[in-house]
Write a protein that binds this ligand. Sequence first.
Ligand code: PLP
Ligand code: TYF
Length: 390
Amino acid sequence: PFSSLQPQPADALLALIAMYAADTRPDKIDLGIGVYRDEAGNTPVPPSVKAAERLLLESQDSKSYLGTEGDMRLLDLLAQLVFGPAATPGHHLAAVQTPGGTGALRLGAALLARANPSAQIWLGTPGWPNHALIFGNTGMPVRTWRYYDPQSMRADFEGTLEALNQAQPGDAVLLQACCHNPTGTSLTLRQWDELASFLAERRLIPFVDLAYQGLGDGLEKDAEGLRSILAESPSALVAYSCSKNFGLYRERVGVLWVLHNDAHELDLARGNMVSLARATWSMPPDHGAATVRIILETEALKAQWVQDLEEMRARLSWVRSELATAHPEFAPLGDQRGMFSTLPISPATVRELREKHGIFMPESGRINLAGLNRHSIDRFAAIMLPYIRS
Ligand code: PLP
Ligand code: TYF
């Protein structure tokens, strides 16, 4: 029954994992898949998560179903972290716990496609390749705009507004809240405010993807752009991921929020979100979600998690400033945030770096800075600089 199917391209980042593992050179450097690594190159389970998992193991007395929306207490606690203690005055809020940020994006896309089949989704380029895949799979027409200027290695805000001028009322605009994947660039707070008014005036629906809260400038600061958007827009969607900031990647913890200033319309959205989720995965996985809930509701564990997160954030920031202060070619990396940066190099150079020097990255030239450490950073810079200069 499958002979009519078209072959599908593999995920370039997931393919790199196997390629890196098969390489036997002792000084190989993995700058591929976007997971945090410590100095030793490991992606550890954070101490706060370990402790919460122990508590969970001891205290959990049932694994019976919770319901399609997931762990309601977790959803409340995460809402405070994302929207602030005052929550979102002026908005009603519907939340569904999802399998990772990807599940939240997929559910939000399905909701938008069902609500308005002619709505387009606007994606900035370069972006996370899975965004186009996820929205494309719901049948939503995907439009793109140039988010990033490779020459200056900075966000192209003028280009963004110019391109979004062509969007139709009811179209959705995907925005990464912080630590942009794959460029590390972001808008200034002033630009966020301007974009917020622009979207509201044109009745464009913001769909904000927050997958790295706390890994850029800290928990509060990383939510400022998102909060600025919400201050202007009557309705919005937010996809949240606990994969990176809690180190829970494979446990699949995420949330989709829909916000609306009209309670009746929000109820319609909520009912459809729940029904779509029921038809897709029925109920979200619980182990990682319960772990996050225990961390956020236990004062000592929350303090430990804030410290765990700060350790990750500080290490990423150290790698950036090492490169940026030592070499003018890397100066823009110091203004960027999070794990990623995209270097101005060609796919042929990326292949050469892999074959000749054992430095692994996808052909886009994106690097995960967490793959560098005290021992590898100088060799990396020495090898890279001639390529970046030419
Ligand atoms: N959005 C962006 C920009 C990402 O980089 C990721 C990373 O994996 C996700 C969303 C979703 O991650 P996950 O589905 O693993 O929670
Ligand atoms: O961009 C990254 O590297 C992370 C992890 O199919 C990731 O977001 C990469 C590819 C993928 C799922 C997650």
